[in-house]
Design a protein around this ligand. Structure first.
Ligand code: HEM
Length: 492
């Protein structure tokens, strides 16, 4: 196996450059919360009015907390336990990340007081109130436990000398990260043990996977000789994390969302759908990385693949914090409308991942769509409009209607994506970029339930998928319908 070294300057900055991709989560988080109205003050009589500064700061603080926790877990696992020799630089970075985590936890105290009591931030540090929060509420006690644990992690990070100290620091950090699972929607209701435990496991898997990927890139860029071993070991670890993450996430989601209908007709369900789609895309990236990077131990390819993965992980983390700030659904009833976000995810995002994942398996569909791809763009817009109109009618019952609508959207979306990836696909892509947002807009006008901003955000997400499809098309090599032996030709 050969390890291709990066140039010294690129090596030093590999981890830092990758981490920048995580910032993609901030605009995603803020845009979603803004369109859901979660950043504006409400004036419901009898409820405390939460200041806008708190509404903006709390999700950002949670985002910093989740990212910092992920970096700590990943850097300790990789730097202290996974690589052939302990990487002191990575464990020092874990310690710095723990400092950021600690600051986020400390900031959470006045922010929580401000949110619970509707007080301005400047009045939320009153010692009496802070003490009551920290000693008399479950949330406060969990916060104190986390603050203590993370302080130890930040300090001990500087004294990691070998595997044993690394394992101790990891145990402390994992306990602190797991406690977050008891604080979200899952933890603050009694009797939701499985929900809390599954969320804790979910967060650990997220941390080791996201932080570990950045850590392993940073390590192999500085130690190319270790690349083959480190990449192989991390690849196995990442596989385990993804399986655990998907299972725990789906279990947690199944406890909050009662079926496909709630998944596609509520904001909470739509965010889960979008996260699952991003996870599917990440699995495809990971699978390709296993095939192309693991056998060669090539650190340059690793960092290139990882930069796309970290970007998607950043978006997934932004969606996750938005999810944790969104009320879980009460249950779907006949008359509920499919959300614009679910239409974008089912008609474009998920089909895009499917078409990209199995290009060779859709030869028959490529042959069908290659000659006349434009009708598939029209069908995509028509089905989107019809589905948006039919689901709320309650025809066949909301559950069956939701399943049929989802299957129809993914089916037509997949056919369109294959058509757009074909040799004559460009006009179909352009046609869809005009027709699909129009269909979404017309559907939302007929019985407006969502705000214009929500529909516009979903439209923008759909257009972003079409832009990605364009770039996949440019880079892809597709199966020509003419060649029965699956000769691969580049798309012009
Ligand atoms: C099948 C895919 C997934 C499902 C079904 C899923 C589901 C969930 C659910 C139900 C929650 C609880 C939210 C609440 O408190 O109400 C959650 C939280 C979370 N998820 Fe996922 N998830 C998935 C994938 C991912 C991915 C790919 C990431 C990141 C790379 C991720 C990161 C997180 C984080 C950080 C939280 C905690 C957010 C917070 O409380 O600040 N999840 N997830």
């Amino acid at each position: 196996m050969t390890a291709a070294p990066l140039s010294p300057s690129r090596a030093i900055h590999a981890g830092a450059r990758l981490s920048v991709g995580l910032l993609a989560g901030i605009p995603v988080l803020l845009l979603i919360l803004a369109t859901l109205g979660a950043l504006s003050q409400t004036t419901v009589e009898g409820l405390p009015v939460v200041p806008w500064q708190t509404l903006w700061s709390l999700p950002l603080d949670r985002w910093v907390r989740d990212i910092a926790a992920s970096l700590v877990l990943g850097f300790v696992v990789v730097g202290g336990l996974l690589v052939p020799r302990v990487d002191q630089r990575l464990v020092r970075m874990a310690s710095l990340a723990a400092l950021a985590w600690l600051i986020a936890l400390l900031a959470q105290v006045p922010l929580t007081v401000s949110e619970l009591l509707g007080r301005p931030l400047s009045d939320s540090l009153e010692p009496q109130i802070v003490l009551s929060l920290l000693t008399q509420t479950q949330l406060g006690q969990l916060l104190v436990a986390q603050i203590v644990l993370v302080s130890f992690v930040a300090l001990l990070g500087w004294v990691i000398l070998g595997r044993v100290t690394a394992a101790i620091v990891l145990a402390l950090a994992a306990t602190a990260a797991g406690l977050t699972g008891l604080m979200g929607h899952s933890g603050l209701h009694s009797g939701h043990t499985s929900s809390s435990i599954s969320l804790a496991i979910h967060l650990l898997a997220v941390g080791v996977w996201v932080g570990g990927l950045i850590a392993v890139c940073s390590h192999v860029a500085r130690h190319p000789k270790d690349a083959a071993v480190a990449i192989r070991r991390f690849s196995t670890l990442a596989l385990v994390c993804v399986i655990v993450l998907a299972e725990s996430g789906l279990l947690n989601a199944s406890l909050r969302v009662d079926g496909v209908a709630s998944l596609i007709t509520t904001a909470y369900g739509t965010l889960i759908l979008a996260k699952a789609t991003l996870l599917a895309a990440l699995i495809v990236f990971g699978w390709r990385q296993r095939r192309h990077v693991v056998p060669t131990g090539d650190s340059t390819s690793l960092v290139r693949f990882a930069s796309y993965e970290v970007l998607l992980m950043g978006i997934a983390l932004g969606l996750s914090v938005a999810l944790s700030r969104t009320a879980p659904p009460a249950g779907a009833i006949a008359g509920d409308r499919i959300t614009a976000g679910a239409l974008a995810t089912l008609a474009l995002a998920l089909p895009l991942v499917i078409a990209w994942a199995w290009p060779a398996r859709q030869g028959w569909l490529s042959r069908l769509t290659a000659g006349y791809p434009e009708p598939f763009a029209v069908a995509l817009a028509v089905v989107t409009y019809v589905v948006a109109a039919v689901v709320p009618s309650g025809l066949l019952g909301i559950g069956v209607a939701a399943v049929l609508a989802s299957v129809a959207l993914v089916g037509v979306g997949w056919a369109f994506c294959v058509a757009a990836l074909g040799p004559r696909g460009l006009p179909a892509l352009v046609l869809a970029a005009v027709l699909w947002p129009t269909a979404l807009w017309l559907a939302s006008r007929s019985d407006p339930v969502e705000t214009g901003a929500q529909v516009a955000l979903a439209g923008a997400a759909g257009l972003a998928c079409l832009a990605v499809l364009y770039f996949v098309r440019r880079g892809a090599r597709v199966v020509t319908p003419i060649d029965p032996v699956r000769e691969e030709v580049p798309v012009a």
